[in-house]
Design a protein around this ligand. Structure first.
Ligand code: PLP
Ligand code: ZN
Length: 409
């Protein structure tokens, strides 16, 4: 918190004091999402390579100096972050690129990247003396919030669309959340949560609106950079729904560049599902974002009205990356390929980024001599139904070795 300077509106550029209790720009309303600004000169003095070499905190809090949180309660949280970044053993040869790194965010405490935002949300709730946090979510933000809140003794009210997969719903209920399953799509879910939050005054974990949450998500980018010895790859690929994750990824690299720990920002590949791709359409048609259908198995990125458009568009544009779409079939295929060739199991939205890499290599957007890091954003056990669609058949066999021999030869 020491190094936070102020908030700045991403739309009109107005500055606000860091002491103001606001989520969005009072002048621009809900679309005026705020950025947190830091004293990079001050940060430069303490966040050196040698500081990190000696830092034994292997959680996202190793980057707490470049986050907008009070530090007092962070030791009580679940252990979020410092997930493995694997160099691919088999895939890079298969797809024919120089280096492929796989960041397995499914290994976070509630099994998705959303934990990075939720850990911040619960800390902010304590700072604000709130006892209840609420959010609407396609699933992971919800289950993640519920778990992280339970750990700190906070209550949660969660709004999910009725399509949320069973695994995520089970997590929510086990973590003790009050779950409102909304008979409608994600847009209607979001709107109802907003009205309820306004009415009851709960702490708001809706990631786009709350500027601190992108500050949590950005730690995934900082980790990738540190795990690669501060030599960033040419590309970082990530799946996109609301746009908070990709905004956070850009922000993490942007901070590091300003602190002087890296010398460039990787190109960011924003990957959307073909059946729900408002960012891709806006980008390729050079038009403002339009609401779209939500028609993909990748429920976590099935977002027809993205809530963080400015940060997401800026991430791709300023990093000189691009947008790409992938079909549901390609997502399922990527799930199987990743699992069977690297031992990493992602949910559909979790592997969409990888499906995007496959396609981008095929189309020559990513060239063979480039290095790529892909973020697997969520664990496959959350959505077993779709995993089974991707997986292929098992062998059914009597307890009889002769029959088994026939099957296996
Ligand atoms: C939330 C989520 C995303 C996308 O993040 P946004 O901030 O909504 O763009 C991608 N994958 C998984 C698994 C998620 O839970
Ligand atoms: Zn504004």
């Amino acid at each position: 918190m020491k190094f936070v300077k102020n908030y700045r509106c991403t739309l009109c550029g107005r500055e606000y004091s860091k002491d103001e209790k606001i989520y969005t720009c009072p002048e621009c309303g809900e679309k005026g999402i705020l950025d947190v600004e830091y004293d990079y000169e001050g940060l430069k003095k303490i966040l050196t390579k040698s500081y990190f070499e000696h830092n034994r905190d292997y959680t996202m809090w190793r980057y707490k100096d470049v986050m907008s949180i009070r530090e007092e309660d962070i030791d009580k949280t679940l252990k979020v972050g410092w997930t493995p970044l694997y160099r691919s053993n088999n895939l890079e040869e298969k797809i024919g690129i120089k280096e492929l790194y796989i960041k397995d965010e499914g290994l976070n405490p509630t099994a998705s990247l959303k934990d990075r935002a939720s850990a911040v949300a619960v800390i902010k709730a304590l700072e604000n003396n709130a006892d209840t946090i609420a959010c609407s979510s396609t699933g992971n933000a919800a289950s993640s919030l519920a778990g992280n809140a339970a750990r700190l003794g906070l209550s949660t009210v969660i709004f999910v669309p009725e399509r949320a997969p069973q695994g995520k719903l089970a997590q929510l209920l086990i973590y003790g959340a009050k779950v409102i399953s909304v008979k409608g799509d994600y847009r209607e879910t979001f709107n109802l949560s907003k009205e309820a939050i306004d009415h009851w005054g709960w702490y708001n974990r809706n990631a786009a609106i709350n500027p601190h949450l992108v500050e949590g998500k950005k730690t995934v980018a900082i980790e990738i950079a540190e795990q690669l010895g501060w030599q960033v790859p040419d590309w970082v690929a990530v799946s996109v729904g609301d746009g908070c994750t990709i905004g956070g990824v850009y922000r993490g690299f942007y901070d590091l560049l300003n602190i002087g720990l890296i010398n460039r920002i990787p190109k960011i590949l924003g990957v959307q599902a073909k059946g729900c791709c408002p960012f891709y359409t806006a980008y390729t048609e050079n038009e403002p974002l339009k609401p779209t259908d939500e028609n993909t198995i990748a429920d976590s990125i099935s977002v027809g009205i993205p809530r963080n458009p400015v940060k997401a568009m800026r991430a791709v544009e300023d990093s000189k990356g691009t947008w790409i779409t992938v079909s549901d079939e390609a997502i399922l295929e990527a799930m199987k390929t990743l699992g069977s060739s690297e031992g990493i199991f992602g949910e559909p939205a979790g592997v969409a980024g990888l499906a995007g890499v496959f396609k981008a290599v095929k189309e020559g957007i990513i060239t063979k001599d480039e290095t790529v890091s892909v973020i697997i954003t969520g664990n496959g056990l959350k959505d077993v139904k779709n995993a089974l669609k991707a997986a292929g058949d098992k062998i059914e066999c009597k307890p009889d070795i002769e029959q088994l021999k026939r099957y296996l030869t």
